[in-house]
Design a binder for this molecule. Structure first.
Ligand code: NDP
Length: 282
């Protein structure tokens, strides 16, 4: 049987480390504060925002919640971000995505001061990651690196294949694996012979957003499989982009859904916030 990579346990460990870091900062008289902005009341977003507030409370980070009406204008949102950028006591700013259609997400992301960009979505943060300079890293891929490292899985020299090239998962994932000295291939919807490409992987990261698309015929015997996807199946149970039952017997290690990558995202957000509190942003 493969090693089941336990995202619940590893994320709890990281949150406890962050809690200690935040307590040490507090002893030096430094408080850590995250501003969370939600526009509208999309139920999924409300759940994510609620979980972020809970995690902040656990690690000792103050959270300021801004719940704005659906009809908030882009100008109003940008003006709030401007105010929060200027407030010394606010270390991190997070705007819950997706935003209502009348607001330009890119403009909003660009408005956040890079030193407060705890989601790691600002072009300056992404550029810094690309050229190996310090900056905040997108939480989900950063969490995957932690899952691998803390499960004793070596990345250097390995064939790493990332399926998916989104700005928040696939692309930063590829850059992080490269930073860890993996040999990286990025596959996407236009990739030819996807199975041949994925079968080269020692480490296969799947972020395609298609329920249970990756079956065992995409996976090399003994590979490590990381499943980023989150979906509800026909029985309303959570499942990933990987067909877990089919793939688990052929791989050496695998993340389950739920309890794999999912819990890492918030843990790494807390990690980024504590570092923002240390003044370690860009
Ligand atoms: P996107 O929809 O933004 O990107 C999907 C990527 O997969 C695209 O690059 C697309 O290619 C590629 N793709 C789609 N179909 C295929 C295919 N048949 N073959 C090969 N590549 C394909 O998704 P995200 O990156 O935002 O998210 C991916 C999954 O991860 C989703 O299930 C999402 O819910 C989940 N997620 C989970 C998080 C967590 O905390 N665990 C956080 C973020 C996301 P192309 O670019 O060519 O269109």
């Amino acid at each position: 049987m493969p090693q089941i990579i336990d995202g619940k346990a590893i994320s709890a460990q990281i949150k406890d480390e962050v809690k200690e870091q935040v307590a040490a900062l507090s002893e030096q008289g430094k408080k850590v504060c995250l501003a969370v902005i939600q526009v509208g009341n999309d139920p999924a977003s409300s759940v994510y925002v609620g979980n972020k507030k809970k995690a902040c409370a656990y690690v000792g980070i103050e959270s300021l919640a801004y719940e704005l009406a659906e009809e908030t204008t882009q100008e109003e949102l940008l003006s709030l971000i401007g105010e929060l950028n200027a407030k010394n006591e606010v270390n991190g700013i997070l705007v819950q995505l997706p935003l209502p259609k009348h607001i330009d997400e890119d403009a909003v992301i660009r408005a956040i001061a890079p030193k407060k960009d705890v989601d790691g979505f600002h072009p300056q943060s992404v550029g810094a990651l690309c050229i190996g300079q310090p900056g905040f890293v997108s939480c989900t891929p950063a969490g995957i690196i932690q899952l691998l490292k803390r499960s004793g899985i070596e990345i250097a020299g390995k064939e790493c294949v990332v399926v998916g090239r989104s700005n928040i998962v696939g692309k930063p994932m590829a850059l992080l694996l490269l930073r860890e000295n993996g040999t990286v291939t990025v596959a996407h919807s236009r990739t030819r012979n996807l199975k041949e490409v994925t079968k080269r992987a020692d480490i296969l990261v799947v972020a395609v957003g298609k329920p249970r698309m990756i079956t065992r015929d995409y996976v090399k015997e003994g590979a490590v499989v990381i499943d980023v996807g989150i979906h509800r199946n026909e029985n309303n149970k959570l499942c990933g982009d990987v067909d877990y039952e089919d793939v688990a017997p052929v791989c050496s290690a695998i993340t389950p859904v739920p309890g794999g990558v999912g819990p890492m995202t918030i843990a790494m957000l807390m990690y980024n916030c504590a570092n923002a509190g240390e003044g370690n942003g860009l």
